[in-house]
Structures are given as C-alpha cells and as structure tokens.
Design a protein around this ligand. Structure first.
Ligand SMILES: [Zn+2]
Length: 418
C-alpha cells in the first residue's frame, strides 16, 4: 500500500520549512514580514510543518543596504561554503557558512526541506516565483497550486537553470528552493500592495505544504514558465560608461513579448537601439536597480511548459473504495462497517480535501465539525449562499470531535478557502 505521505518519485513530507527575509537588506517586504512573524508566527503556522522565519543578512538589514561586503545571494558556492574560517573572509561568506550550518548542509539529507527567500525588485514584475530546476515536481505542484489559488491575480514563474546565468542563491541550501520576487518597489521602501502580494503567495505556498503533508492527491499538472535565456547589458562607450537608458517603450513591460526590431535602449546621443534577436522573447528584471553593478539591463526569457507528475497518488485499493463511496446516488448512505472502509474514511478525513457526511456529521480534511441533521441542512444552505450556488468552496474552522463510522456518503466538494 502506498504511503499516504509519499508521492510519485518518492517525494516525502516537507516538515522543515524556512522563510528568509533580508537576504538583501534593502528589500523591505521580506524584511518587514519576517520581523513581523518573528514577533508573532500565528499566520505562518501550519499543521505538521515547522516553519522558521529568519533574517538572512542582519547586518545589511541594519544598514538597509543590499549587502555589506558581497552579495549573499551569490555566496553559496562550494568554494565559499568550504573556505577555511578566518577573519579576512567577507562578511557574507561567513554568513553563508552559518546559514549552511543551520539550514543545510547544502545538498545533504539533513538540509531543510523548503526555503522561501523573499525578495523585492524595482522592476515591474508583479508576483513572481523563481525556481532553479525544471525537474522538481514538488515545487512545480506547489506553483501550480499557488497559481490556481491566487487567480484571477497572476503569479509568474521564472526558471533559472541557465548553465552560465544561474547563481548560488541563499535558498539553494534547501532541498526545494523557491525565490519570491515581487515588484515594483524601490529599495528601502515598503509598499502595502507589494507586501500583500508576497504575503498571499506565501500563504498559498504554506497551505500547499500542509495539504501535501496531509496526503492530498495532486494530479499531474502543467505549469507555464519563463526560462532565463540571455543577459542584456546597457550600451556602453569605449571607457565602459553607460551610454543609453532603457527605452521608454520597454520600461515596465516585464513579461511582455519583445520582438526583433523593437526598441530596447534610448541612446544619450538620440539614437534608438533595437532588439536584434532572431525571435520573440519575454524580458524581465527590466531596469532593476541592483543589477547596474552586475552589468545587466534586463534578462530575456523564453516561454516553456513544464510537467509535474502526480503527488501522493492513491493506491488502487483506495481508488476502488473511493469509486464505491461515490457510486451510490448522491446522498444515499453507504453502509461502512467494513474495516477497510472505516480505515479509508479515516485516511480521507486526515488527508483529503473532500467532505464526508457521516450520519449527520460533517468531515473536513483536517478537522471535523459535529452537527445534527438540521444543523447539516442549515450548513449546506449556507454553503450554497456563500458560493453563489456553486457550492464548491468551503472552509470550516477546527472543532475536534470523535465519531463512530456508521454510514457515510461523500460530497465531491473541494474544500478550499472562503
Ligand atoms: Zn533580492
């Protein structure tokens, strides 16, 4: 029998999760949220998950700068992590070693399961999740979940697995690394709208982990992503000085198609520089303030679709039982005296986002609400009202109770949020 907690490709529960703010000390959404959660972590608490908020670069946060000696978010190379301890090491290299000790070691079984690294950009990228691999089914299922949950708002997915442009990020210490990049927001500034986008993406991400750990089955899915293709520097004169600015037609057009022959730079001498690539690309990180020092005006990306296999697939016995439970006409009780059925109901109750009604009891995936039949009817009436009659978005607050399994029928209602 397949374990409830092990999905395709042997994905295991994500029990240790960290949220990093201040990898760059002047990117204020992450700094603000992590400080908030260090004071009071109720918002990020989830059943069956240890969630650790963490300020990654405290000295840079103190001075509200990107970094002290060098970019922490490029510091997690094997060479740095193995460098012998001495006072001469740049602060961020020493800090990378500390972080690797606490949340790693990078690449080992002891490493944290998931690290979310919270960043802001001055570019008009909206809410973006950055992945470092095309092969990580857990992460792909998570971003698919986030995109569905956050709709009609959007959450772009940038994949940087470029052989040259990929860099050794702070989050790369974890088994599953996710960057959240939200903008536009100036450095050192907190904008309420940007902070809320970040908060919402993270909420859905943590919800996913709770469901995943609870054994919820996620079917195979396809995720639209943008893959990093090329770094484009500002135009420069023979002395290396910048000789033009991002063209007004390109500014703020992150993720929009850029076709060959369209303007990319406005030269200081009045000329316009056109994009000379041979096909349409999707630029992003356009005019990011922190990337002037990295000689990057924007990166081009190409659209791609990635596929994730199912997670937590049910074994065939469970599938068959589920089929039986769903078979009776809607609402007709199924006698559930069989031990297997009882066990299956318990399993469903603890890990499946369906609702079971058991002789007037309502079962929800991670908690129960005990109700009499009139209460049940009342509840269903409320559901319909709350969801414009579609009756497919329910959420009940915890109210633990025990129950004997006498008869059962199943509503194929998905339990999401109100
Ligand atoms: Zn950053």
């Amino acid at each position: 029998m397949t374990s409830c907690h092990r999905g395709a490709k042997g994905l295991s529960r994500a029990e240790r999760v960290a949220i990093f703010g201040g990898s760059h000390g002047n990117e204020m959404s992450g700094v603000t949220l992590v400080k908030l959660w260090l004071e009071n972590g109720v918002e990020i608490r989830r059943r069956g998950v240890e969630v650790t908020p963490f300020i990654a670069n405290p000295r840079a946060v103190e001075t509200c700068t990107r970094y002290i000696d060098s970019d922490l978010n490029r510091a997690f190379t094997t060479e740095n992590l193995r460098a012998p301890h001495c006072e001469d090491l740049p602060y961020e290299v020493r800090r990378a070693q500390e972080i690797n000790q606490i949340f790693g070691p990078k690449g080992s079984q002891d490493a944290y399961d998931v690290i979310f690294d919270l960043h802001n950009t001055t570019s008009n990228m909206g809410g973006t999740v950055i992945l470092e691999s095309t092969q990580d089914d857990f992460n792909l299922q998570m971003v698919h979940y986030i995109q569905s949950a956050i709709a009609p708002a959007s959450c772009s997915v940038l994949v940087n697995d470029h052989p040259v442009l990929k860099y050794a990020t702070t989050r790369s210490v974890a088994k599953h690394a996710l960057g959240l990049e939200v903008g536009p927001q100036p450095q050192g500034v907190v904008r309420g709208d940007i902070l809320e986008i970040m908060r919402k993406i993270l909420k859905h991400a943590l919800d996913f982990i709770e469901l995943f750990n609870g054994g919820t089955e996620f079917p195979p899915c396809t995720v639209d992503v943008y893959r990093v293709s090329e770094r484009v520097d500002y135009p420069r004169d023979e002395c290396g000085n910048i000789s033009g600015l991002v063209h007004p037609d390109l500014q703020d057009r992150d993720w929009e198609p850029l076709n060959p022959g369209e303007p990319i730079f406005q030269m200081f001498d009045g000329r316009t520089m056109l994009y000379e690539g041979d096909s349409t690309v999707y630029p992003t990180f356009i005019n990011e303030a922190a990337y002037y020092e990295k000689r990057q005006a924007f990166v081009t990306t190409r659209k791609d679709q990635l596929e994730a296999t199912e997670s937590n697939p049910r074994d065939s016995n469970s599938r068959e039982l589920l089929r039986k439970v769903q078979q009776p006409e809607f609402g007709r009780p199924l006698q559930a005296q069989d031990d297997d059925v009882s066990l299956y109901i318990q399993k469903l109750a603890s890990c499946n986002p369906k609702i079971l009604i058991i002789s007037g009891f309502i079962y929800v995936p991670d908690n129960w609400v005990r109700m009499t039949s009139p209460g049940l009817l009342h509840f269903l009436g409320n559901c319909s009202k709350r969801t414009d009659g579609r009756c497919n978005m329910l959420y009940l607050k915890p109210c633990l109770s025990s129950c004997s399994f006498i008869s059962v029928c199943l509503f194929s209602l998905f339990c999401r949020e109100l």
